[in-house]
Design a protein around this ligand. Structure first.
Ligand SMILES: Cc1cc2nc3c(=O)[nH]c(=O)nc-3n(C[C@H](O)[C@H](O)[C@H](O)COP(=O)(O)O)c2cc1C
Ligand SMILES: CCCCC(=O)C(=O)O
Length: 409
């Protein structure tokens, strides 16, 4: 099965459609994905290839999923201003994020247990991101560890930090990220207490998967997935090995969070993190103007306007509905990144038009990972690139600098 992945040649700088088509010709893995023309196609393929508990985990939002739905619905209501007779023959989707060049105004969001979607998922996603020229964020709760990923990729990546009760362990994570030359620390502040995702409870989601009859069946019906996992031999949280007692038999994720994550986390701790991480600091999970101001004053290089993809506070507003006022409050001092509901290049354009510097994409790339490993993530990024480029053309926009309210109705 690993043929699918190992057959993928170095994708190079996949920044234009012609180059991607040439690579697809040479690569059976990309060829298999060639009929995937939108993120929804990748989602359907992931549904077929990933065991149900892990696919459900990606899909889920908290409680009634009102906020999850609002993220996409509110983005979809924003319409563009069609402009014609503008020379759009030369278009550039490139930009800078945190001062670094990116071929697209996106970064791959931190996704816990990405390595359960496809064996070695975090390494593969990071490779695809780097080949495409966009930042990748490794989650604290990843299956591949910081060191696993650092050894397997060429360029620096971002590391996402969850603050646990054991501050010695938190410090060691930060030190490991620095030793691995991570280029930014993404401090997630909206998940000290887990918003329940009903389906995970019903599926008995655990890492490693619990071996009851139902779960064994779910794994057995995806033999290609299971074979890759057995070969990769990575089944549990890579960053936590040796640090947390009983880690090999982690129980339900919700139990894990309530035992390990620190609900006392507050702004003084941000000062502490700032003192042990002198590099670029991104605070992720900001949805309120006052919090955005405090984050900016606390020395954040950037913030991510995020409600955790609708997975935490059900009933919170959609991210796109709060973006403009947060940009207005802090946008001149702090880079404002955006996430939640981005499933197309059109969505990226919408967020940029309302002031975001770039978008973190979560599920959109994870569907690609579940659909086809590294080639699937490359395909997801390529789909977003093409959609953004065409949307730029049809709104009479040649560069990311030109994107603003002028492209909206
Ligand atoms: C399956 C899944 C796992 C996630 N795990 C993490 C995580 O470990 N750390 C984190 O900061 N955010 C995590 N998030 C939130 C994402 O980083 C991001 O905020 C969210 O996915 C954006 O919404 P979107 O999926 O609609 O793009 C996760 C999201 C999903 C869907
Ligand atoms: C305990 C893992 C939490 C990962 C996460 O952030 C999410 O599932 O949304």
């Amino acid at each position: 099965m690993d043929r699918l992945v190992s057959a993928v040649p170095d994708l190079g700088q996949s920044t234009n459609a012609a180059a991607f088509r040439a690579q697809a010709k040479a690569s059976p893995a990309l060829l298999r994905l060639k009929n995937m023309t939108c993120i929804e196609d990748l989602r359907q393929a992931a549904r077929r290839r990933v065991p149900k508990p892990f696919f459900d985990y990606v899909e889920a939002g908290a409680y009634s999923e009102q906020t999850l739905r609002a993220n996409s619905a509110d983005l979809g209501r924003i319409t563009f201003r069609q402009r014609v007779l503008v020379d759009v023959s030369q278009r550039d989707t490139g930009t800078t994020i945190l001062g670094e060049k990116a071929s697209l105004p996106i970064a791959l969001a931190p996704i816990g247990i990405g390595g359960m979607q496809w064996a070695d998922g975090e390494i593969l996603a990071c490779r695809a991101a780097q080949a495409a020229g966009v930042p990748y964020t490794l989650a604290t709760m990843s299956i591949c560890s910081i060191e696993d990923v650092a050894q397997a990729v060429e360029k620096p990546f971002w590391f996402q930090l969850y603050v646990m009760k054991d501050r010695g362990f938190v410090r060691s994570l930060v030190e490991r990220a620095a030793a691995a030359r991570c280029s930014a620390l993404v401090l997630t502040v909206d998940l000290q207490v887990l918003g329940q995702r009903h389906v995970d409870v019903k599926n008995g989601l655990s890492v490693p998967p619990s071996l009851n009859a139902r779960n064994l069946l779910a794994l057995a019906t995806k033999p290609a997935w299971a074979w890759r996992m057995l070969t990769a031999k990575r089944w549990t949280f890579g960053n936590l090995a040796g640090h947390v007692k009983g880690e090999q038999g982690v129980k339900e994720l919700a139990d894990w969070v309530s035992h390990q994550f620190d609900p006392t986390l507050n702004w003084n701790d941000v000062e502490w993190i700032r003192s042990i991480w002198p590099g670029k600091l991104i605070i992720k999970g900001i949805l309120d103007v006052d919090d955005a101001r405090t984050a900016s004053n606390a020395g954040a290089t950037a913030i991510v306007v995020s409600n955790h993809g609708g997975r935490q506070l059900d009933g919170a507003p959609s991210t796109i509905s709060v973006l403009p006022k947060i940009v207005e409050a802090v946008g001149s001092e702090t880079e404002v990144l955006f996430d939640g509901g981005v499933r197309s290049g059109q969505d990226v354009m919408r967020a940029l038009a309302l002031g975001a510097r770039g978008c973190l994409v979560g599920r959109a790339y994870i569907y690609g990972l579940g659909a086809g490993g590294e080639a699937g993530v490359a395909t997801a990024i390529e789909i977003l690139r093409k959609e953004l480029s065409v949307t730029m053309a049809l709104t009479g926009t040649r560069s990311i600098d030109e994107v603003g309210e002028r492209v909206l109705n």
